[in-house]
Design a binder for this molecule. Structure first.
Ligand code: GLU
Length: 463
């Protein structure tokens, strides 16, 4: 097997299209992307869709959409389901060198063996009984209806590699079971497919979660078997997975922690990127960083070995900081996709008073719509004075001098000032206790709406 395009560095992100991408998958994609951008490597999006029952085309589309949303682009996309013949070919190659052998045990028999070994205090390693079967014995098992599945024969040598994050990893071959590479239904499993692809697509660095460390040990032997001349060289980096601070399993929260639901919640992609790129590293969270800054700051060695904790509340809080600094240009597309149309001036007016992009729609309703206003605590005379002063004001409140004279007149006629005046006014005009500066909001609300709102409350209070 020949590695693909020698001389060019490649990384890959290999999701299974069996569900939506969640923050854990996004971290894998992001770390690979940041690395690729920094190293001038190419990024392969590999769709691991050999599980035809659970893989769905709509999830492939969702994966592409989510990556695009994060600003992660790929140089090439490949589908494992279209490469079954390559895996078959690799299996033939392994058979021909005696590294792939047929096994006939049923799942029940294997479970029984495992249990027996564990009760004896031994590691539950497959006993290789199938290796001792004669051709005749195999034949009679097959005649009795048993269909073989195929295991890779591991060498018992020590397997070691220099991990980009974990430093030297050593793995004792004797403690591992020969992995199944081809299931009884003939479908190759991930362990084989992934190695064939890594080899053929010339992957130079595999960056993935530490849950794959055992796979790596096995896959290194597979690589050596399929690439005996040693032309291909892959470096490995495993990062510690994070844990949900709540103690729940991420897989149980995968729905609410999906990129789709974060997007729907109004979290900005830059907040997701900065948060995930910094999580579990020695870098401090910084809300003013762009994707380019994240690329420049990225380093595999900055990833800590201690397990990080992920708290969605921290992400939400961080999102507020990110949003408060973003330009209109940076949020325009997201607002458009969320169906929110506003002017750049309106964005600047509200960005420091939102928790998520969704809140922009709330402020839009408060300024330009018919928000719910209730001021039972206000006396009629205050409302009437507000109306009177608004009637006297010039047409728009676009300039601050109109607002200033309005406030001055209102203060004189009601005797109120400071918080007593402004808080009441804010409640009367916006129905809120806090928010952007009132004079800024009024420049959007305008005199006509302002009077309608005061009149409405006068009628409600007078009833
Ligand atoms: N489809 C595999 C997974 O999502 C890919 C793992 C790998 O990066 O090799 O776990």
């Amino acid at each position: 097997m020949q590695p693909f395009r020698m001389g060019m560095k490649w990384v890959r992100f290999a999701p299974s299209p069996t569900g939506l991408l969640h923050v854990g998958n996004a971290r894998a994609a992001l770390l690979n992307y940041l690395y690729a951008q920094q190293e001038g490597a190419q990024f392969l999006l590999r769709i691991d869709d050999t599980d035809t029952e659970r893989s769905k085309p709509e999830f492939v589309e969702a994966i592409k959409h989510d990556l695009g949303w994060l600003g992660i682009s790929w140089n090439r996309i490949e589908f494992q389901s279209a490469r079954l013949s390559q895996y078959k070919h690799a299996a033939e190659q392994l058979r021909s060198i005696g590294r792939l052998y047929p096994c006939y045990e049923t799942p029940e028999e294997l479970a029984f063996q495992r249990k027996a070994l564990l009760t004896q205090g031994k590691p539950p390693v497959y006993n290789r009984a199938a290796l001792t079967l004669s051709i005749k014995e195999r034949k009679s098992l097959e005649e009795a209806g048993r269909i073989p599945y195929w295991r890779f024969r591991l060498h018992e040598d020590r397997i070691s590699w220099e991990d980009g994050i974990y430093s030297t990893r050593i793995f004792e071959g004797t403690y591992a079971s020969d992995p199944v590479l081809i299931r009884a239904d003939g479908v190759p499993v991930y362990t084989l497919a992934s190695v064939v692809d890594d080899l053929e697509f010339g992957i130079s660095c595999v960056i993935r979660g530490a849950d794959h460390i055992t796979n790596t040990a096995v896959q290194i032997q597979l690589l050596e078997a399929l690439n005996p001349t040693g032309v291909a060289h892959i470096s490995w980096a495993h990062y510690p997975l994070f844990r949900m601070r709540s103690g729940e399993e991420l897989s149980k929260r995968a729905g609410s922690m999906s990129l789709q639901s974060l997007r729907e919640e109004g979290i900005h992609p830059l907040a997701v990127n900065s948060f995930l790129a910094t999580l579990g590293t020695s870098e401090a969270l910084d809300s003013s960083l762009s994707l380019e800054d994240l690329i420049a700051r990225f380093g595999l060695t900055k990833i800590n070995l201690a397990e990080a904790q992920f708290d969605p509340q921290d992400l939400r809080r961080f999102n507020q900081h990110v949003l408060s600094k973003l330009s209109f240009k940076a949020v325009e597309t997201d607002l458009y996709q969320a169906g929110i149309t506003i002017s750049p001036e309106f964005w600047v007016a509200v960005r420091e008073n939102i928790n998520s992009l969704k809140d922009v729609a709330r402020w839009k309703e408060i300024c330009f719509g018919t928000p719910f206003l209730e001021t039972p605590e206000e006396d009629l005379s205050f409302l009437k004075a507000c109306l009177h002063c608004a009637e006297n004001a010039s047409d728009t409140f676009a300039d601050s001098s109109t607002w200033e004279s309005f406030v001055k007149e209102l203060s004189q006629s009601t005797g109120r000032r400071g918080r007593h005046l402004f808080h009441s006014l804010r409640r009367v005009l916006t129905g809120q206790d806090s928010g952007p500066e009132l004079h800024v909001l009024i420049s959007f609300i305008g005199r006509t709406r302002m009077m309608e709102r005061i009149r409405g409350q006068i009628s409600a209070t007078a009833l």
